[in-house]
Each structure stands twice: as C-alpha cells, then as structure tokens.
Ligand binder design. Structure first.
Ligand SMILES: *Cc1c(COP(=O)(O)O)cnc(C)c1O
Length: 403
C-alpha cells in the first residue's frame, strides 16, 4: 500500500503567530534583518564565491575569537556538534580528562569525553559558584590530565567562570590542552583565545553571535592541531573529523556540502560584529544586562546567582512562591508576545542578553511583560519601580560616557 498524500496540510502562515514572538530566552535569539536576508540565499558550496565567503568568515572569526590560528573550522550542526568536534578530535580513548562541571552544558562536555572512552574526572563546582583556580591547580597536580574542559558561561544556571584565564594558564603550564565552550558568551563579553592559552573554542550560531541555529564554529590552536594530526588511529567519526573538515575550510576542496545559506548568515552576523567592534559590543551587552538585572530586582524579584559568579549573557530569576513557571512563560508568550526560557530542573526562568536581545527597546518590553504577567498571576510586583531602575541604569551608562 503506497502512503497517500497527508490530509490537512496548511501553509506556514497558518502555523506561525500573526506577529512573531520576541525571542528573549536562552537561545535562539532574534537575528538582524540582514542576517535573515543572507540566510535566504543558496549558492554553490564550492567555487570562487564560496571560497571568498569562507576566507572572510575565518578572518572575521579570528577577530571575534581573538586568535591568529589558521585552524578555524565550521560545522553543519548545533553548538553541541561543535562541542563534539572539539572533544572527539582532541580526546582519544584512555586519555585522562579533567572536566570542570558547573551545570548542564559542562557536564555534556564531560559526557562526550566519556563516550570516546576517555578516563574522565568530573569536578563538580557547587551550584551557583565559579570554578576556583587554586582548586583546579590541585586537581591538575593530582590527576595530571592531558585535557581540561570547561564552559565560560554556564547557560543552564547562569554562572560565569570568571577565572577562566587563570585556569587556562595553569593548565598550559602543565601541558594540558584546554577546551572551552563559549557558545553563549562569545562576542557578548571579553574572550581572548591566544592570550588566555585556550586550545579549542566552541561556539554556536544562535546565541552570542546572533545568527541562525545549525552552523557552528570551532577554533583549534596550532598546538591542538599538532596534537590532532599526530594521532595514528583513524577517527571513528566521519562528519566531525577535523582533518577532513580542514579540506573544506582551508584547502578549498570537498568534505560535505556546506550549509551554504547558514554560512552566508554567519558571514553577515560576523560582519555586523566587526562593524560594531568588540569593545562597543561588550559595552552594549554589559549596559543592557546590568540595567535589566537592576529592573528585575527593583520590581521585587530575586536573581538566582550572586553577583560574584553571575553571568550577564543569561539572567536567571527565582520564580516567586505560588507561581508555576510554565504558566508564567505561557502568559508572557500569549498576552505579551515575549518568549523567555524555563530551566533544566532549577526553579528559575531565564532571560537572554545575547546579540539583538541586548537592545533597550527589547529589554523594556521584556521587563514589562515579565512584571505584568506575574501581576496577572497574583504576585505583588512593583512594575513602575522596575521600569524606573531600568531607565536610570541605562542612563547612568550614557552619563558615564561608557555606553
Ligand atoms: C546552548 C548551549 C550549548 C548547546 O548548543 P546547541 O546549539 O543547543 O547544541 C552548549 N553550551 C552552552 C554554554 C550553551 O549555552
């Protein structure tokens, strides 16, 4: 029996809301119009045009990652595919790996290393704390790992590993390769691959870079590259093999058909970052995130992470007593057309401050939607006080001449 044409097919217009939701969660984030335009084009995946695009993507990425490495590789896949590409090419069976685990995503890196049969030591950092360099030094002395994995920003519980530069340098002194997940942080706050001695940096498209999901980047240091090419045994992965990917990304030849539209979107997203400059982009993110945090607290709500360990790229808010986060998110989305995120297990909701999310018109709308929705659910929040604090914090940055 052949399978018949399905019934009830409707065009996308009948599925999508009339007015697009404002995406203020933990990703994907809104994309600039020019990125959307670039994403609508299909070109040949090989040839002169594509070669020029790839050369520029690499050049712009070197600026965004702050590196001079020649080993910038793209991958057709989510941030997790870039994580896996970094892990499986560097970590080999039996290798000793120290995984610094702050939450969901850093544990994912550890799991990926375990799945290639590495000997993984997981160091669980207590929830809400930043990894301590002295403690990491002791663990490196004790376990003598060949590879260390960690996240710069742990999106899941909104913790920042602010001592990442010290930790990476300690690892380098002991000849240990460092893999860093910078998916939510890259281009939203300082990151310096070469100065900090990081050997593999992972990023996705749909967070800090404000591009589309599905095309991600990995940068390997020359040192990591020598380690990869010195391996005797053939990698078990084919799509994620960095040496094969290098054929496309550095040798102008075929590996698999690149996601051309997504690469064009990424090219445009990177170009917009270069045009803005990292300095101004970091300042914009800091200013908007700080102002939003201040607005949330002044409204009478509590932030999940203490200031010492707090990530600015994603803000975690304790859900007030008596409120079900599911109902809060549904109300914000249905009534105010603003989407924010729940979380994996913690009783918090999360608001992103990545890329286009850090614009004053978006944070005012989001703060109002959050306050009005909580009010509708019976929570006594002070919306005017929150909005006033948001406004005055934004103003203070302008007044300082720093925003
Ligand atoms: C979102 C995220 C990932 C995973 O990205 P996907 O595109 O969902 O695979 C990994 N690490 C961090 C820190 C993230 O925020």
């Amino acid at each position: 029996m052949p399978v018949a044409v399905p019934d009830g097919l409707v065009p996308l217009d009948n599925i999508l809301p009339d007015e697009p939701l404002l995406m203020m969660g933990a990703g994907p984030v809104p994309i600039p119009h020019r990125v959307a335009q670039a994403n609508s084009i299909v070109i040949n995946h090989l040839g002169d045009t594509m070669n020029q695009v790839i050369e520029q993507v690499k050049t712009m990425s070197r600026y965004v990652f702050q590196t001079r490495t020649s080993r910038i590789l793209g991958v057709a896949g989510p941030g997790s595919a870039a994580m896996e590409m970094a892990v499986v090419n560097i970590v080999r069976p039996g290798m000793k790996v120290l995984a610094i685990c702050n939450g969901f995503f850093s544990n994912r890196l550890a799991e990926m290393a375990e799945r290639v049969s590495a000997d993984v030591v997981r160091k669980n950092v207590p929830d809400g704390q930043t990894a301590d360099p002295q403690r990491v030094r002791e663990l490196i002395e004790t376990h003598r790992p060949e590879v260390l994995t960690l996240v710069q920003g742990e999106t899941s519980n909104t913790v920042l590993n602010r001592h990442l530069p010290e930790i990476a340098k300690i690892a380098r002194e002991r000849d240990c390769l460092v893999i860093v997940d910078a998916v939510c942080t890259l281009s939203t706050m300082p990151f310096s691959m070469d100065d900090w001695c990081v050997d593999a940096v992972i990023t996705g498209g749909q967070k800090g870079l404000a591009s589309i999901p599905g095309v991600s980047l990995v940068a390997f240091s020359e040192r990591a590259w020598d380690h990869i090419t010195a391996q005797q045994e053939r990698l078990r992965h084919w799509c994620l093999d960095a040496v094969l990917a290098n054929n496309f990304w550095n040798e102008k030849s075929y590996h698999y058909t690149a996601p051309v539209s997504g690469v064009l979107a990424l090219h445009e997203a990177l170009r917009l970052i270069c045009r803005e400059t990292l300095e101004l982009r970091f300042e914009r993110h800091l200013r908007c995130s700080t102002a939003l945090q201040s607005g949330i607290e002044s409204m009478g709500l509590e932030l999940y992470t203490r200031p010492e360990a707090r990530l600015n790229s994603v803000i975690g808010i304790n859900v007030p007593e008596g409120v079900e986060s599911r109902r809060l998110l549904a109300h914000m989305s249905k009534v105010h057309r603003v989407e924010i995120s729940g979380s994996f297990g913690l009783n918090i909701v999360r608001i992103g401050q990545m890329g286009e999310q850090s614009r004053s018109h978006h944070i005012f709308r989001t703060l109002h939607a959050l306050g009005a929705s909580l009010f509708a659910l019976g929570v006594n929040v002070d919306i005017p006080a929150g909005v006033a604090a948001l406004e005055s914090t934004l103003d203070a940055y302008i007044f300082d001449g720093s925003g």
